[in-house]
Design a protein around this ligand. Structure first.
Ligand code: FNR
Length: 368
């Protein structure tokens, strides 16, 4: 089948599987333990119904919106995913070019194989930097300063990795990074990243993370982060109203409702099923974003109707990258954009602000 025949982003997964080694495909595709949350991220969108309004003039539809004050062409953005050179030789550079070309935000992962300066060197595009806080705080502070100097517009602090979740496939495969790749922005940390390229009896990803990540992180560390950067901070990995309140109190500029693509705590709820709880707790004080299981433009409409200011997409972008590099990522973003536009028009929404809570029914609201 030629690429022209790809009609939805799910089709990229099987194609990526054909292209990648089992070790790398498993790294991208699987989740933690029983992978209940992995399936639930998708199923939960399937339980939401859209309430379409008809006879609305949708001859002129505008998908553009603002994220932290920056105009983007659509509320569909690129989530941070690590080790993109395992998917394609051009890795994060290809993804960054595609996101810029589609006029949307890319979040660069702390686990990128490309330095943040190299990614920034492509020029155009709005990029955020996703941050893991390692035990070596001085190193982390320097990376944050580098991101600020290189023009990144926000720090996305990932809060749900005090240690790595049990990713059984990575353990079975004894995941290691090929010798030519590094965690490019943290090469010197912990005496170098050799641990990621050396064979161990476990996933070397887990060995690296569990040795280097600071599992003592608390809300007071947001104050530390605010003290070393003037960039706005988004907190990623919030799944409860309680934590959303603490996040707002700690002074973050936005919240990302996320279960890390089901790679951390299995049996954590699907992100979309707790979105409204978070939105209600936040009471409009900061924007709330969502990732996890977004595979269709209709999913985007559902998330926005439940109060999200935008969504981020992880695996489909990586699969597009694996299959066709920059062009593959662009196609994934284009498909999602087109589907979102169709969903908006068929639901009777001309602008992003027209998408309201009354456009969806959640499971408890479904007629018996
Ligand atoms: C991730 N995710 C992630 N998150 C993060 O904060 N830092 C990271 O380095 C990574 N790396 C990473 C690698 C891979 C292969 C995946 C699939 C995911 C989580 C990611 O940002 C996002 O939360 C999920 O991917 C969203 O779910 P979907 O879109 O993949 O269903």
């Amino acid at each position: 089948m030629s690429l022209a025949e790809v009609v939805n982003v799910n089709e990229y997964e099987a194609r990526a599987k054909q292209k990648l080694s089992k070790m790398f495909f498993d790294y991208f595709s699987t989740g933690a333990e029983d992978q209940w949350t992995l399936q639930e991220n998708i199923r939960a969108f399937g339980r939401i119904r859209i309430r379409p309004r008809v006879l609305v003039d949708v001859s002129d539809v505008d998908l553009s919106t603002k994220v932290l004050g920056y105009k983007v062409s659509m509320p569909i953005m690129v989530a941070p995913t690590g080790h993109q050179k395992l998917a394609h030789a051009e890795g994060e550079l290809a993804t960054a070019r595609a996101a810029a070309a589609e006029d949307t935000v890319m979040v660069l992962s702390s686990s990128a194989n490309t330095s943040l300066e190299d990614v920034a060197s492509i020029g155009s595009g709005i990029r955020f930097f996703q941050l893991y806080i390692f035990k070596d705080r001085e190193y982390v502070a320097e990376v944050v300063r580098r991101a600020e100097r290189a023009g990144y517009k926000a720090i996305v602090l990932t809060g749900d990795v005090p240690r790595l979740g049990n990713r059984e496939n990575d353990i079975k495969n004894r995941f290691t990074l090929p010798a030519h790749l590094t965690v490019a922005n943290f090469v010197g940390i912990g005496g170098g990243t050799s641990i990621l390229t050396s064979k161990t009896n476990e996933s070397s990803l887990a060995a690296f993370a569990n040795a280097q990540f600071d599992s003592s992180l608390t809300w007071k560390d947001i104050a530390w982060l605010k003290g070393i950067t003037s960039l706005p901070i988004l907190i990623k990995g919030i799944l409860t109203g309680e934590d959303a309140v603490l996040a707002v109190r700690s002074g973050v500029a936005g919240i990302m409702v996320s279960n890390h693509g089901a790679r951390q705590l299995d049996f954590a709820p699907a992100s979309v099923s707790v979105l409204e709880e978070v939105v209600q707790a936040v009471q409009g004080r900061v924007p709330v974003f969502l990732d996890g299981g977004v595979r269709r433009g209709s999913d985007v409409l559902k998330a926005l109707a439940l109060g999200a200011a935008g969504v981020f997409v992880g695996r489909p972008v990586v699969y597009g990258l694996a299959v066709d590099g920059e062009a593959g990522v662009r196609k994934v973003l284009k498909i999602l954009r087109d589907e979102f536009q169709v969903s908006m028009m068929l639901a009777g929404c001309r602008r992003i602000q027209d998408i309201t809570r009354s456009h969806v029914l959640t499971e408890s609201e479904l007629p018996c």
